[in-house]
Ligand binder design. Sequence first.
Ligand SMILES: [Zn+2]
Ligand SMILES: [Zn+2]
Length: 140
Amino acid sequence: MASGETASERRLKGRCYCGQARFEVADAFGYAANCHCSQCRRTTGSAFKPFAGIERAKLAVTAGADALLIVGKADNHDAHCGRCGSLLFSVVRDGAYVHVALGTLEDAPSIRPDRHIFVGSKAPWYEITDGLPQFAEHAS
Ligand SMILES: [Zn+2]
Ligand SMILES: [Zn+2]
């Protein structure tokens, strides 16, 4: 159990499309957003990527760890299932945090994406129709 984690902290399960890669993460995300940047669009094949951020130590890969496809560097990368290619999470902020792709979660997190970021590079064919705050790049 990671330091700072309490025994009562809820754990969420997540997995890739084919099921080879599985992970668990504490239901203790610090922030969540919908990212419209071109990288998130391409890695997910979607208009945007809903994700949530948490300290890296609070996420554990429980299956398929040896076969993950790592795109990037040790402290800044996207982690995909090595078989089906699902994007599971991104290691960010020099390795201190992970951004979990919320679409891979089997259990619903307590947090909800509350903003749109990198709207300046969003897909022209997608219209944001909710009232959440929008930021051209990172939320200020
Ligand atoms: Zn897979
Ligand atoms: Zn992005």
